[in-house]
Design a protein around this ligand. Structure first.
Ligand code: ADE
Length: 423
């Protein structure tokens, strides 16, 4: 049981099922398990207060167990009101002694009160998925930020915000862009978002992907993953981009590329993964076909302009199926919005599979330990994850998958270091 009584979970009776899910996920998180064992012996986070604002899933539970094994006094809160797995939250409190404040579907006020409590915990290290904690610690909760050694950021959107803070000279403590580690974004963003977004769409709608025209808006690592998996399921994929290089890449990867306004009239299913606001707006909704399905897999629920859609709709039928809202427009067309425009993979499914979160969270744990070791020596800026950590996670993952790779011979190393040999 958690040592404090100030946890806030839906129902502790859900813990039995939550524990089952946590242990099932753990089967696919061998790298994190190894780090947990090491942390248990070495206690690199001993006596450290930590606050983490992450999606409260079975995978995050295994990260929380790892941080606690390392000696951290952790408070975990949700980074999205719809992504909490209530049974997992209950089990963390009851079975693993970790304090959690997160309830699926919590209202805005509760969501932010949990974040405020995470600040009042006076953490020395914070972990964010979307920079909400860091934001609070730079805003009305700034009194609680004095003891911070460093902060970890899990996602692209959060890193963009932190870089903007750094550029404006307002950043108050060192942060680590965990998202930018190779062992994170190349795998989690691409394969994790790819699979789990399609999973969320199928769980919510049960549609057949084969033969559908799927419009993916944004061709970063997440967009690439979604496009690949949609194509793999038989869809006809269109990519919309604003970046000329990414657009070119998408075209040469074999996709049709066009402006969103043009794609709006053709698509059966729209998935936004840009990290930007109102990517699908009034003008696009006006053009969409009857029955079009619209969802978002970017971090914040700002990519779909649902306020405009609500204003324009003559009727909104909420929950015509779990996680599906129907918007009926004045001309009779129906548009279906999934998961209230929040991350479809977490709102409508279980988020990324454990095997990929294994790498992301191993990188989080090792970078936290690194930051503590560097206490007082870190500049106030956005730091990259040290290459050594990235490579360690990759080696451990390869080993866990039973994969061996070649080593450079000394002749090859010498050749790579030379400028006059064998040209
Ligand atoms: N982000 C995406 N998928 C996730 C998961 N399964 N757990 C935690 N954070 C996530």
């Amino acid at each position: 049981m958690a040592k404090t009584k100030d946890y806030h979970v839906k129902d502790l009776k859900l813990a039995t099922e939550g524990k089952r899910r946590i242990l099932w996920a753990d089967n696919n998180m061998p790298v994190l398990a190894q780090i947990r064992e090491r942390f248990g012996k070495e206690k690199p986070l001993k006596g450290r207060r930590m606050s983490a604002c992450l999606h409260v899933t079975a995978e995050t539970a295994n990260l929380a167990r790892t941080l606690a094994a390392g000696g951290a006094d952790l408070l975990l809160v949700a980074s999205n009101p719809l992504s909490t797995q209530d049974d997992v939250a209950a089990s963390l409190v009851k079975d693993f002694g970790v304090n959690v404040q997160a309830v699926k579907g919590e209202d805005r006020k509760t969501y932010y009160s949990h974040i405020q409590n995470a600040c009042k915990h006076r953490p020395t290290v914070t972990m964010d998925d979307g920079a909400d904690l860091v934001n609070a610690l730079h805003g009305d909760m700034s009194d609680y930020g004095d003891s911070i050694v460093a902060s970890m950021e899990e996602t692209t959107t959060g890193v963009i915000r932190l870089r903007a803070m750094d550029d404006h000279g307002v950043l108050k403590f060192p942060v680590f862009a965990v998202n930018d580690a190779m062992t994170k974004h190349l795998f989690d963003n691409r394969y994790g978002t790819g699979q789990s977004s399609i999973d969320g769409i199928i769980r919510a709608t049960d549609i057949l992907m084969a033969g559908k025209t799927v419009v993916v808006i944004g061709y970063g690592w997440c967009g690439r993953g979604v496009a690949t998996r949609a194509e793999g399921a038989g869809a006809n994929v269109i990519i919309c981009e604003t970046d000329p290089i990414r657009a070119l890449e998408a075209a040469m990867d074999g996709y049709r590329v066009m402006p969103t306004r043009q794609a709006a009239a053709i698509g059966d299913l729209f998935i936004t993964v840009t990290g930007d606001i109102h990517v699908l707006d009034r003008a696009h909704f006006k053009k969409m076909k009857d029955g079009a399905i619209v969802c978002n897999s970017g971090h914040f629920n700002v990519e779909l302009n649902l306020e405009a859609l609500t204003e324009d709709a003559k009727k909104v039928n909420r929950g015509i199926r779990e996680n599906v809202d129907e918007y009926i427009l004045p001309d009779g067309r129906r548009l279906f919005v999934l998961g209230e425009g929040r991350l479809v993979n977490l709102a409508c499914a279980e988020g990324h599979p454990a095997a990929v979160m294994d790498m992301s969270f191993a990188t989080q744990a090792l970078t936290t330990s690194h930051a503590i070791k560097q206490e007082g020596k870190l500049d106030v800026k956005v730091h990259g994850v040290p290459k050594k950590i990235d490579e360690e996670v990759a080696w451990l993952k390869l080993k866990s998958m039973g994969i061996k790779i070649d080593k450079l011979t000394s002749e090859q190393k010498k050749y790579l270091a030379s400028f006059d040999m064998g040209t």
